[in-house]
Design a protein around this ligand. Structure first.
Ligand code: SF4
Length: 575
């Protein structure tokens, strides 16, 4: 299918897309560096699209990775009106995953825009980027981006749009943005110096701009609404209306970056969510509740009671095994959900304490029994391998736990006379910035493969159990992109030149990827992302790391009274 035909097909099936007259306005191409079906499942993209189009003076249209490889350089256009991307005033990249970085270069190339920020001027669109991948560590793509917006869009975009002016000399414009927009990071105004051993020796501003980038955040989430802007059948969620219930998570799982960079954990009020759900129900009967900790929403039970019924399907992006109350179970059952997910993450109690998962085996078994008893026939179980301090016994404990779950699952299934499937999904642990595990070395690809193989072998002959795993090689690349510094940009250019052939780019380039992936960091090492201030202190992360190594669990956030990590309190909640 030709690209313009694909765009027409999608646009024809959309409900809620914005089409504005554009003369004299600021034209923004909101770019998601992946296919339409992936991008439109991302609630962050919907939120920014809705926010930008609320401004009379802004026309924001979307652009995705083309559906075929035949699009000529310079021919990339927006979905809504077929505007040439090179002709817009600003390209705003929404970056959730490091694995999309090569696609960012593809989109710039197809738009006919120089890849390096230093080669662009006022004739080119300003290239900005936001999203959690940038919040964690923007440095590997710093060479390609004029300005990162590190912070929550509801707070940062109004300030940014007050300063942004199309056509202004690039350096002057960027200086104004860097100096007056909280959370704006303009890489060209900072320099990195490397020590003889290859570590970061110094990182500092070279112009009169802030020396730290403090992430702004929304204090009262109920004052904002984050929900689907456009409904489309062409995504994994079909025509679901997605509603964000909260940001952050109070549980502090030590591997989870979202649990730390969205602190303090915040939830919308049930009243404001009910209003948004009513709006969604006017458009569709399928509501998806989204958040890192949906089952922790105060009042989730009453929300489920109110909205789950024969005509409405409620689905949940995340549910903890120890939080499946009767209302939630009833909502799942009424919504005719066929598969529920439980994420023990590790097989042994010991390792679950190390990662601060806070789940006991009996929580997991009870959840499996209750879900099946409610008529949900299939279960999906998430585990990770390569976690810090993991031993062979911990890996074998995954097999044992799955067998125990299978036993509970079968017992409950037999009562209902329907036996479904247990799907075990294994992913490789990637140490991420701004978590207590940011200092650890990742397990090697060979070790990860061996651990996955051990689980596969242990469950091979267990009926009704399927095992899926990710590819450790890709997890390795994800770690490289997540933990790299500015020198990683050269590798991305090589990958781009080699049409996505990572093996070739790694073999022929000077960069030693193991240095970034397999090396344990010293506690006093300057990390490439240290200049970002997420209000969670490094001392706190280090203390959590040491407690993890001792097998001691952490705690659950109690936002009203706690000052432990630094994210709560008056000084921190300044916005
Ligand atoms: S200060 Fe305490 S409650 Fe607030 S985010 Fe940090 S650990 Fe959680």
């Amino acid at each position: 299918m030709r690209q313009d035909e694909a765009w027409k097909r999608y646009a024809a099936a959309e409900r809620g897309a914005v089409r504005k007259h554009g003369r004299g306005k600021i034209h923004v191409a909101l770019a998601y560096p992946n296919r339409y079906s992936v991008g439109m499942a991302n609630l962050g993209l919907h939120a920014v699209y809705g926010l930008l189009n609320r401004y009379d003076e802004v026309v924001c249209e979307r652009v995705f990775l083309p559906e075929n490889d035949e699009l000529a350089v310079g021919r990339l256009t927006t979905l809504e009106s077929g505007l040439r991307v090179a002709a817009v005033d600003m390209i705003a990249f929404s970056l959730s995953f490091e694995s999309d970085y090569p696609h960012l270069l593809t989109l710039l190339t197809l738009a006919g825009i120089p890849l390096r920020a230093a080669e662009r001027d006022a004739r080119h669109p300003l290239v900005v980027a936001g999203g959690i991948a940038c919040f964690l560590n923007p440095e590997p793509i710093a060479a390609f981006i004029d300005c990162f917006l590190i912070g929550e869009a509801e707070v940062i975009l109004p300030e940014f749009l007050q300063v942004f002016q199309p056509g202004v000399e690039r350096r002057t414009l960027l200086k104004a943005i860097a100096r007056s927009v909280a959370g704006a990071y303009v890489p060209r105004f900072y320099a990195a110096h490397y020590a003889a051993d290859g570590t970061l020796g110094a990182w500092a501003p070279i112009e009169d701009v802030p020396s730290r980038i403090v992430r702004p955040h929304v204090k009262d989430l109920s004052a904002t609404t984050t929900c689907s802007t456009v409904l489309t059948p062409h995504t994994a969620f079909g025509g679901s209306f997605l509603v964000e219930v909260g940001r952050g998570c109070p549980h502090g799982c030590r591997f989870c970056s979202a649990g730390f960079v969205y602190r303090p954990p915040r939830f919308r009020s049930v009243a404001s969510l009910a209003q948004t759900i009513e709006q969604g129900l006017a458009r569709t009967d399928h509501i998806g509740l989204v958040g890192a900790a949906v089952s922790d929403l105060p009042g989730i039970g009453s929300l489920c009671r109110r909205f789950s019924g024969p005509d409405t399907t409620l689905s949940f992006s995340s549910l903890r095994a120890d939080a499946l109350g009767p209302e939630l179970l009833d909502a799942l059952s009424r919504s005719r959900v066929k598969t529920a997910t439980i994420a023990p993450e590790a097989g042994s109690e010991r390792l679950r304490r190390v990662i601060n998962k806070g789940l006991r085996e009996e929580d997991v078994l009870n959840a499996a029994t209750d879900l099946v008893a409610q008529g949900i026939p299939n279960l999906k179980l998430y585990f990770m391998v390569g976690l810090p301090t993991e031993t062979t016994a911990d890996v074998e404990a995954v097999v044992t736990l799955v067998k125990h779950i299978k036993h509970a699952f079968l017992k409950s299934s037999r009562t209902r006379r329907a036996i479904g499937t247990l799907t075990v999904s294994i992913s490789s642990f990637v140490p991420k910035p701004f978590t207590p595990f940011q200092w650890v070395a990742m397990a090697s690809v060979g070790e990860l493969k061996a651990r996955i193989k051990r689980i596969q072998a242990g469950l091979k002959r267990v009926p009704n159990v399927r095992v899926h795993s990710d590819l450790p090689r890709w997890a390795y690349i994800q770690a490289l992109l997540a933990r790299g510094d500015r020198r990683v940009a050269e590798l991305l250019l090589r990958v781009d030149a080699a049409a996505g052939n990572w093996a070739h780019a790694l073999k022929t380039g000077p960069l030693n990827p193991d240095f970034y992936v397999l090396r344990e960091r010293e506690p006093d090492e300057i990390l490439p992302w240290d200049f970002i201030d997420h209000r969670v202190s490094k001392t706190y992360l280090l203390r959590e790391y040491r407690q993890a190594l001792e097998g001691r669990p952490g705690h659950i956030c109690r936002v009203e009274s706690c000052r432990l990590c630094g994210a709560c309190g008056e000084a921190a909640a300044a916005t």
